[in-house]
Each structure stands twice: as C-alpha cells, then as structure tokens.
Write a protein that binds this ligand. Structure first.
Ligand SMILES: Cc1cc2nc3c(=O)[nH]c(=O)nc-3n(C[C@H](O)[C@H](O)[C@H](O)COP(=O)(O)O)c2cc1C
Length: 331
C-alpha cells in the first residue's frame, strides 16, 4: 500500500520524532520539522488546555516562515499525540482543537477509539496508533487507525517487551499500511535496520531528550549523555504501566532500582489534574536503552545531521558488505 500523502513527502531521514511528556514543546517540534523529520508533542504538554491552540498556531506559523525563508530546505509535517485513556479529561476538548487546526498527523496511545479516528479523517488527517504487540495492532486497525507504531523492547517511556524483529514481522504479515518501529533507535544504522526489518519509518524519542531544544533539566540531558543500556530500569511503579527509566534518577529519588515494588493499572492517571504521575515523570526520568549512542548534547539540527551521516555510512557499508560477500542478486 502506498503511504498517505503526508507521509510520502521527502524527509531528511525516514524518521518520526516521538512525543515526549513534558519535554516536547514547540521549540523542539519546530526544530525537528525544520531539520526535515516529523516533529511531535503530546497535547497534554500544553498546560492549561487553552495553550494548545497557541502552540498549534505557533508551530504552523514558524514552520511556514522558515520554509519561505529557506526554499531549499525540507520542512517536515508535525504530529500531535493524544493519550486515549479514560483518565484524560481533556481528550474531547483537545480533539476539537486538533480538528479545528487540521493537524496533519495524530498519534494515539494507551487506547484506540473509532470516533477519534473518524474526527481526524473528517479533515483528511492521518492517525498512527502506538502498540506493544500484534493483538493491539489488529484492534487499532479494526477501529480505523491508518498506521501502526510498533513499540518494541527497550523503548523509552511506556515500552513493550517484544523483540523489534519479531514484532515488525508479525505485523507486516497482514498489514501493508504505514508502519513505524520504536525502541532504542538513536543511531543512523538503527534507522536503516528498521527499514530493512520492514518498517517505513523509525520512531525516535530518547535521543531527542538530550537536545538543546528539549524542555528537560540540564541534569537529565547530561544523564542521557552519560548513560547506556545497562543504566535503564523497567518498572510499572511510576505510572501503572511498564516503562523504562534512568537508574540514577531513581536512586536520586531515594528508591532502590533493584527492589521497586509492583504497581498496577489502577495507578494510571492522565489529564489536566497535574497528578502524581506528572510528578513522577518530572523526578524519575524516562529513557530508552539506545542512548549509549548519544555522546553529547546537541541541537536538533546537529543530531539529525549526525543520524543522517550514520545512516549514509551504514547503507554504504551494507551495500559493500553484500557485494563483497557475493550476496548480491540480479533483479
Ligand atoms: C521521557 C519520555 C516521555 C514520553 N512521553 C510520551 C507521551 O507523552 N506519549 C506517548 O505516546 N509516548 C511517550 N513516550 C514514548 C515515546 O513516544 C516513544 O515511544 C519512545 O521514546 C521510543 O523509544 P526510544 O525512547 O528508545 O527512542 C515517552 C518516552 C520518554 C522517554
């Protein structure tokens, strides 16, 4: 199946920047779009809710001004993330603003609802739904999602436990629509690997946490730079859903990362209330396992430049390896 128009326009890299609670703000999103990759933010980051309108105006306007001043530049579209959980008391209000602004791409997580998909389709928008297994992917498509974000093991924030290779293969078995792979992708060679495995795009979160434009404490950015896969702890304590967190931030909060109690789904709470979850995400810092590839804090443009150079090197090295090992086939 061909990709929808909004996803088939040229990009610097086949990369969608993932929405990051608290950290994804207009400054980060516009920098992502202007570097030629799809930018995104969770609607809930605009607090109070009335701010969402201003953010959407600002992002559209700044991208349009940049595009007119840099006619040669690739300016990518942006996406807004909706947490489709019953505790999100802003969902309907935010949906109305999204429809009014005709947001080109909507990313839904923690619940798939047909009426959300219909609202986005009413103006020609595209819905990408985030899942951690094949069963949820099938349900999302049945309910009208256009594309699937496969969140594999090692992803930052709420993460799955399945191998990316297994997950992508199971979904590609029956789904030929837009498919994104997420989890520990922070190097250009991993973006190439996502494509080779069958994805259309890589979906990258944690690598952007360390960028200059991210709304994160300097200590958080530094911890991303200093840490690697061994420093990531998988726990459901902080939000009621299993996710990956930086070990040192758990220690700094006075907890033992190796002896965290179990929580359950009743602890999930999203919305306007500024819940304990919001506090947890502020103090306990989320991150995926891929951050060993991030060696310093950079601007978004520098990070995308680095990922692009790595992608190009990896694809050259792969072609050379295939040719020199006699694996090339004539088509
Ligand atoms: C700090 C943090 C906050 C996140 N917040 C959200 C969120 O609000 N909504 C959402 O759908 N995903 C959220 N995610 C998950 C990302 O969108 C994405 O799935 C993940 O970052 C990809 O894995 P990676 O971090 O290894 O690249 C968050 C991830 C992190 C690390």
């Amino acid at each position: 199946m061909a990709l929808p128009d909004v996803l088939s326009q040229p990009l610097t890299l086949p990369l969608v920047a993932a929405p990051l609670f608290i950290s994804s703000v207009p400054e980060l999103v516009t920098a992502q779009c202007q570097a030629g990759v799809v930018g995104s933010f969770p609607a809930l980051n605009a607090r109070p809710a009335s701010l969402l309108n201003d953010w959407l105006d600002r992002i559209a306007e700044e991208n349009a001004v940049y595009a007119s001043q840099h006619p040669e530049a690739i300016v990518a579209p942006f996406a807004v993330n909706q947490i489709v959980h019953r505790s999100n008391d802003r969902l309907d209000q935010d949906m109305a603003v999204i429809v009014e602004h005709r947001v080109p791409i909507v990313i839904t997580s923690l619940g798939a609802r047909p009426e959300i998909n219909e609202a986005v389709h009413s103006y020609g928008g595209v819905v990408l739904h985030d899942v951690i297994n094949d069963e949820f992917a099938r349900k999302a498509v049945e309910k009208g999602a256009d594309g699937i974000i496969a969140v594999a093991a090692g992803a930052g924030g709420h993460a799955g436990t399945q191998s990316p290779l297994a997950l992508i293969r199971e979904i590609r078995e029956w789904f030929d629509g837009p498919l994104l792979l997420s989890g520990a992708i922070a190097h250009g060679s991993s973006i190439l690997a996502a494509l080779a495995a069958g994805a259309d795009f890589a979906y990258v979160g944690s690598a952007f946490l360390s960028t200059v434009e991210a709304n994160a404490a300097a200590e958080y950015k530094q911890m991303i730079v200093d840490s690697a896969a061994k420093d990531i702890v998988y726990s459901n304590l902080f939000t009621g859903v299993h996710g990956n967190y930086l070990r040192d931030s758990i220690v700094a909060a006075g907890l033992d990362p190796d002896a965290l109690p179990e929580s359950d789904h009743s602890a999930m709470s999203f919305g306007s209330g500024g819940t304990t979850k919001a506090k947890a995400w502020k103090d306990i810092w989320g991150s995926g396992q891929g951050i060993g590839a991030i060696k310093k804090s950079m601007t978004v443009a520098e990070l995308v430049g680095q990922l692009t150079a790595q992608f190009d090197d990896a694809s050259h090295a792969l072609n050379t390896s295939i040719a020199t090992r006699g694996l090339s086939r004539a088509y």
